[in-house]
Design a protein around this ligand. Structure first.
Ligand SMILES: Cc1cc2nc3c(=O)[nH]c(=O)nc-3n(C[C@H](O)[C@H](O)[C@H](O)COP(=O)(O)O)c2cc1C
Length: 196
């Protein structure tokens, strides 16, 4: 399985969590790491190039910090431009049909507060529904997210553990060992990868 990681962090130089998670990611076989802010600092996205990249991969990952319950801005622009009618969706839009799709998201807040009545009021899965539904609408096979919680206080061993689990997951997918139907039973891919 060829994996395309579409990555967006507008202040990567200040990042702790995403910096750790992406460290050495290019060394994983069959993983292409594509940094959208680095490629398109003026948000002048090359649609043909992005579509060609998507076509060449079997698994698409949106990797980003959670910003206002969604993505950093470039991902919105990317979706609006790249996921064209007749290409990604619509009766003749089958370019992404059957590709595996998931989100790799980091949050500032800890998991406990992502529930009704707590400060974030919704689960991460509920908040990210517009993104996962975009994947479904574009005929991709959507699996649960990999979520790194508590980014504001995460460091040391705990952060390295998230990194190890994320890289293990990518290797596992690249080796075509993941059963999409089986992982759909899990809330997060984090829980699945701890068990395999
Ligand atoms: C503009 C902005 C919006 C944010 N929105 C959220 C949010 O909605 N929920 C949340 O848990 N954290 C939020 N955060 C915190 C970031 O998600 C967190 O700092 C980041 O995931 C940590 O990763 P990093 O070290 O790679 O930057 C926000 C941060 C910024 C700068």
């Amino acid at each position: 399985m060829k994996i395309l990681i579409l990555f967006a962090h507008p202040a990567f130089q200040k990042s702790t969590v995403n910096k750790a998670l992406t460290d050495g990611i290019n060394l994983i076989e069959n993983v292409t790491f594509h940094d959208l802010y680095e490629e398109y600092p003026d948000m002048d996205i090359d649609i043909d190039r992005e579509q060609e990249l998507l076509t060449k991969h079997d698994c698409i990952v949106f990797m980003h910090p959670m910003y206002w319950y969604s993505t950093p801005a470039i991902f919105k622009e990317w979706q609006d431009l790249v996921l064209e009618h007749g290409w990604a969706y619509g009766s003749t839009g089958n370019a992404l049909l059957g590709k595996l799709f998931f989100l790799a998201v980091t949050t500032g807040a800890p998991k406990e507060v992502f529930q009704k009545g707590e400060i974030q009021n919704y689960t991460v899965r509920e908040l990210l529904a517009p993104l996962t539904q975009t994947g479904t609408f574009c005929k991709m096979n959507v699996i649960p997210p990999f979520v790194t919680h508590g980014g504001l206080i995460l460091e040391g061993e705990r952060l390295l553990q998230y990194k190890a689990e994320y890289h293990k997951l990518l290797t596992h997918i690249a080796q075509d060992k993941l059963d999409p139907e089986k992982v759909k039973e899990y809330e997060y891919l984090n829980h699945y990868i701890k068990e395999v």
